[in-house]
Design a binder for this molecule. Structure first.
Ligand SMILES: Nc1nc2c(ncn2[C@@H]2O[C@H](COP(=O)(O)OP(=O)(O)OP(=O)(O)O)[C@@H](O)[C@H]2O)c(=O)[nH]1
Ligand SMILES: [Mg+2]
Length: 332
């Protein structure tokens, strides 16, 4: 135990001093699912938490190939130039299957990864969305404690991961392709409504005109969505991540949104709401894990399933019975 406390203090000290090795080791602990590692990670996080929370947290989403990684590299380099320290994280629960599509090859962020002021961490290579989410949120805390003042979270625009990322950042950005109409099919309905800012990327060369068309199209489309924030107009910008154009304006819009939120006390409120959501999700996951790990409960579940199949009990009845059974056992 004393050895554990030693490791925790050494790592805490290292992270707070901004040492990459200590940060990397901390994240490895955070990513581990071993119970003793979890305990250590929790111990560490409790120490780091008072030093976290000050970064600008930005989520970047969009369909595969829209240019997220290229954009993050351009934005990251721009921010470092301005004196910021930038951490890049990823939420990609699919990476187990696809072999790590996002941030898998650092080649795409070759310039950024060479920067001393940048820290790039790919998505944990396995696990459920819930697991990946926990690890990303905790990693964010560690990075903030290590002095990274901008956190960029990349997520691929498929599945539930976008919603998850939108719920862990201050500013959620959706990257779009030039040319209106066609690709809107590829963007899940509702994602536009989650956005604090839209960015039409690849606004260069032959695609320049199409990008302008896309901006008009989305401006129009936004009229028909529920505003996420009252009195806040979602900006629609154009960039060429490849040429590094429009990045400045994107950052300005992030800061503008931040000022808007802060003036109204909404940033504190947002972070609190997010934390409460996180707490409830953790409770849900933790309870379910315990429920499913219980052998007796498992047997009872199979029994109840047969009752259900034979139309002797409704699913709700079965759930109520099982919960009562579980609580009964848990109380012993
Ligand atoms: N013309 C042009 N091409 C771009 C731009 N940004 C990215 N690309 C190109 O688009 C392709 C995909 O870029 P990525 O940055 O890998 O896209 P991504 O969204 O991260 O892709 P996934 O991680 O696979 O979802 C690459 O060939 C880039 O060079 C841009 O602004 N203009
Ligand atoms: Mg990518």
């Amino acid at each position: 135990m004393s050895e554990q406390i030693d490791i925790a203090s050494t790592l805490t000290e290292g992270v707070l001093a901004g040492r990459r090795r200590a940060l990397a080791r901390t994240i490895t602990l955070i990513e581990s699912t071993r119970p003793d590692d979890r305990e250590q990670a929790n111990n560490l996080l409790a120490r780091l938490l008072p030093h976290a929370g000050k970064a600008v947290r930005v989520g970047i989403s969009g369909v595969p190939g829209v240019g997220k990684s290229t954009f993050i590299e351009a934005l990251g380099l721009f921010l470092i130039e301005k004196g910021h320290r930038v951490a890049v994280l990823a939420v990609d629960p699919s990476s187990k299957i696809s072999g790590g599509s996002i941030l898998g090859d650092k080649v795409r962020m070759e310039l950024l990864s060479r920067e001393e002021a940048a820290f790039i961490r790919p998505s944990p290579s396995s696990g459920s969305l819930g697991g990946v989410t926990r690890r990303t949120r905790e990693t964010m805390i560690a990075c903030e404690a290590a002095g990274y003042d901008v956190i960029l979270v990349e997520t691929v625009g498929v599945g539930q991961s976008e919603v998850t990322v939108a719920e862990m950042v201050d500013f959620f950005m959706v990257l779009l392709l030039p040319g209106a109409g066609d690709e809107i099919q590829g963007i899940k309905k509702g994602i536009i409504e989650l956005a604090d800012g839209l960015v039409v990327n690849k606004a260069d060369g032959e695609l320049e005109t199409a990008a302008g068309r896309a901006v008009r199209h989305y401006r129009n489309a936004l009229h028909f969505t529920m505003p996420k924030l009252r009195d806040y107009t979602v900006p629609i910008l154009k960039t060429s991540a490849l040429k590094g154009e429009g990045i400045d304006e994107v950052w300005t819009s992030v800061l503008k949104h931040r000022a808007f939120m802060k003036e109204r006390g909404l940033l504190t409120q947002l972070r609190r709401t997010q934390n409460h959501g996180w707490f409830h999700a953790a409770l849900r996951d933790g309870l379910l894990d315990r429920l499913y790990a219980n052998g007796e409960v498992h047997q009872r579940m199979q029994l109840l399933a047969r009752e259900m199949d034979a139309d002797r009990k409704t699913p709700h009845q079965c759930a109520d019975e099982l919960i009562a059974f579980f609580l009964d056992r848990a109380g012993e």
